[in-house]
Design a protein around this ligand. Structure first.
Ligand code: FES
Length: 126
């Protein structure tokens, strides 16, 4: 992975790391990457790229193994759904699963994304 310092404006000094290639991500697809110990999902919708946590907040399902449809990522384990643009839960696990596991999904962290040439860069905090 390549590290870039992009200065200027809000977020000055953020560190962007190359995580994927534009040419490797078809429209509507997603991939999971590990950046400095964090598992991050990168998804493509048309010409736009988004990044959020790759691990489900319910019981750690690996979201890149799920589905991405119309901007919504569905967890492959119990079906919680997250908006890839905001990380917000749009559909939580069903009541029976909530009762059995005593947990529900919560919103996920999202990350800023920049595209430079064929590289998809994700901002990581210092
Ligand atoms: S682990 Fe994702 S919905 Fe349960």
């Amino acid at each position: 992975m390549t590290e870039h310092e992009l200065a200027g404006g809000p977020g000055q000094g953020e560190r962007f790391i190359t995580c994927a290639k534009v040419s490797d991500l078809a429209d509507g697809s997603m991939v999971g990457v590990t950046v400095e110990g964090r598992q991050i999902l990168i998804g493509r919708m048309g010409g736009d790229f988004y990044a959020m946590d790759a691990v489900c907040s319910h019981l750690s399902g690996y979201l890149p193994k799920g589905r991405l449809e119309k901007g919504v990522v569905t967890c492959p384990v119990h079906g919680a759904q997250f908006d890839i643009t905001t990380g917000r839960v749009v559909k939580n696990v069903g009541m029976s699963i909530r009762m059995a596991t005593r947990r529900e999904a919560t919103d996920l962290k999202t990350y800023k994304v920049k595209v430079v040439g064929d590289e998809v860069l994700v901002a990581v905090n210092r």
